[in-house]
Structures are given as structure tokens and as C-alpha cells.
Design a protein around this ligand. Structure first.
Ligand SMILES: [Mn+2]
Length: 312
């Protein structure tokens, strides 16, 4: 896409329809290299809801994003055709399993069109059905996962599809290679240890926040690159990996987290990996009166967009 004076991106930022990054709206998926899409679903939360409103508010705040990354000089719009392809449509919005099927089918349509998917959640349960569309047991993927929680817990109150379980389900289904998975920023007390234990025992590299401080951002970048190597890799960024000072608008905040500056440095250290998709999840606008968490989410999404554009 060439940015010309008459594209929406060049209009005053409070004008025009609020697509992601003010990119063109292309639900037909024609000639799209990177497909940004929303998953407005929070039926998998274990605490306060609200992430279903994430995509719309991230679209709004993403109007503040511009084209050229000041740190890397990457302009994703020069490298790729980037579009907002809309939101996943749900057949049965109160049925977690049916929602998962709809998400999987939507992402399959993106992949079938030859595009790379970049999602705005939604709660973190949405990443498991994304993986069902991107991976098979014969070709599992790796992951760089930033989060306060490992999201490798078992069923909660009889439900296996919830926002604390996507990566356990993904490993058990053979879609996610735990030996090519790194979880960064983990912290906060739990009532059971089985999530931490599942991550460790399955072979994931878990960087608790204390180790993050010891290694520093450069050390974490080196470790992430070592773990995922050259194989296909997905980036999943749960905004609660950040300290709630920076991202209060989320369902399960944990104090003592990563700063926004560290997060941007971390992402910029992941250039030219074999990246096949990404998401930013758990932005919950009802707990975000200033809009800052959605702005943070939009900025993280822009940084991941730059990475995907360079990887493609
Ligand atoms: Mn999470």
C-alpha cells in the first residue's frame, strides 16, 4: 500500500472510520498480506469481563499510530499490503466451543487468502482456536508469549476453554511446541501450582518477572531468539504482562510487571524471526477510563505489525 495524500491515514486522526491503524477495510481479503482483525469475545474470563470491547477501542486509539517506526525505520505499509479485515462473526456467542470454531474458521480464511493474521482480542482464550488454524500436530509452532500468567491451567469450574488454559490445550493438541515456547513476565500468586508446573514439565522456557529483571531486556531478547530459533513462531501479547500502572484496563491485573518501554524494546529485539502471526489480548475498556490501555494495546499491535511485515 502506498500512502498518498488521499488515503484515510493522512486525514486528521479524529476523522474517518476507525479501522486498525486507519488501514483500508478489506473484509474480502483480496490482495491482503497482513490481515488485522478483531475477536470481540470475553466469555472465557475468570475475573472481570470487558475484553469483548477491546477491538473497537483499540481501533479508536490506533488512529494515533503512524507509518514509520522511529526506532527501526521500518514502514510496514511499504513492505506489505496491510488491511483491517473486520471482526470474527459468532454463530452462538454464549457457547465457548462454538466461538472457538468460528475463530478457527475465520483465521483459516485469512491463511487461505495468503495473509498473515494479526488479532486484537478479546480475552486470551481466543489464541487456542487461532493455533488450530495455524498449526497441525505434524507442524507445531513456537511462541513468544508475554503475560503475567502462563495460561497453562486445566479446566476451571468444568470449562476447559477459558483464558487461563489456551497454551495447555495447544500443547495437549500437539499444535504448540513447548520446547520452542518462551513465557515472559510471569508473576502473581495462584491457588494451585499446576499451570506453572505444566509449563515447566512440558519444556517451556518460563521467565518469571524476577528473572526478567536479572537478565534485562537484552538478555530476555537473546533467550527468546534462542528458544524459538528459525521455525515458525507466533507472538501473543497479553496486556496484563505489563504493570497495571501502564495497563490498568484488563481483566486480571498483576502488579510488579513490565514497563511499556521495556515491552517496546523487547518487541524490537525480535526482528526477522520466522513470524507467522500475532495477537494483543485482554484490553478491557470498561476498566480503562483514560483510554490508555487501549492506546498501549494499539501501540503493541503496531510494533508486531512492523515485525510481521519484515518477516514476510
Ligand atoms: Mn493471558
Amino acid at each position: 500500500m502506498t500512502i498518498t495524500d488521499d488515503t484515510a491515514m493522512m486525514e486528521p486522526r479524529y476523522q474517518e472510520l476507525a479501522t486498525f491503524m486507519r488501514a483500508p477495510y478489506r473484509p474480502d481479503l483480496i490482495d491482503v498480506d497482513i490481515a488485522m482483525y478483531g475477536i470481540a469475545y470475553d466469555g472465557g474470563v475468570t475475573n472481570r469481563p470487558g475484553a469483548r470491547h477491546g477491538p473497537r477501542e483499540i481501533r479508536n486509539q490506533s488512529s494515533l499510530m503512524r507509518a514509520i517506526n522511529h526506532a527501526t525505520t521500518v514502514n510496514p505499509y511499504e513492505l506489505c499490503s496491510v488491511a483491517d479485515v473486520g471482526d470474527v462473526r459468532f454463530e452462538r456467542v454464549y457457547d465457548n466451543a462454538a466461538v472457538n470454531d468460528d475463530i478457527e474458521a475465520f483465521v483459516r480464511s485469512i491463511v487461505a487468502a495468503g495473509a498473515v493474521p494479526l488479532a486484537a482480542g478479546g480475552d486470551h482464550s481466543v489464541t487456542f482456536p487461532i493455533f488450530r488454524a495455524l498449526a497441525t500436530p505434524d507442524a507445531p509452532i513456537g511462541m513468544i508469549h508475554i503475560d503475567a500468567h502462563t495460561d497453562t491451567w486445566g479446566p476451571f469450574k468444568g470449562e476447559k476453554f477459558h483464558h487461563g488454559s489456551p497454551f495447555r490445550l495447544a500443547v495437549e493438541s500437539g499444535l504448540l511446541d513447548p520446547h520452542r515456547t518462551i513465557q515472559i513476565g510471569i508473576r502473581g500468586a495462584q491457588n494451585w501450582a499446576d499451570g506453572w508446573e505444566f509449563s515447566r514439565d512440558s519444556g517451556m522456557r518460563v521467565v518469571f518477572i524476577e528473572e526478567f529483571s536479572e537478565l534485562g531486556v537484552e538478555g530476555v531478547i537473546a533467550e527468546a531468539r534462542r528458544v524459538v530459533g528459525e521455525g515458525p513462531t507466533y507472538i501473543s501479547f497479553d496486556v496484563d504482562g505489563l504493570d497495571p500502572v501502564y495497563a490498568p484496563g484488563t481483566g486480571t491485573p498483576e502488579v510488579g510487571g513490565i514497563t511499556t518501554r521495556e515491552a517496546l524494546e523487547l518487541l524490537r529485539g525480535l526482528r526477522k524471526l520466522n513470524l507467522i502471526g500475532g495477537d494483543v489480548v485482554e484490553v478491557a475498556p470498561p476498566f480503562d477510563p483514560s483510554g490508555n490501555t487501549a492506546l498501549v494495546g494499539a501501540t503493541l499491535m503496531y510494533e508486531i505489525l512492523c515485525l510481521l511485515a519484515e518477516s514476510r
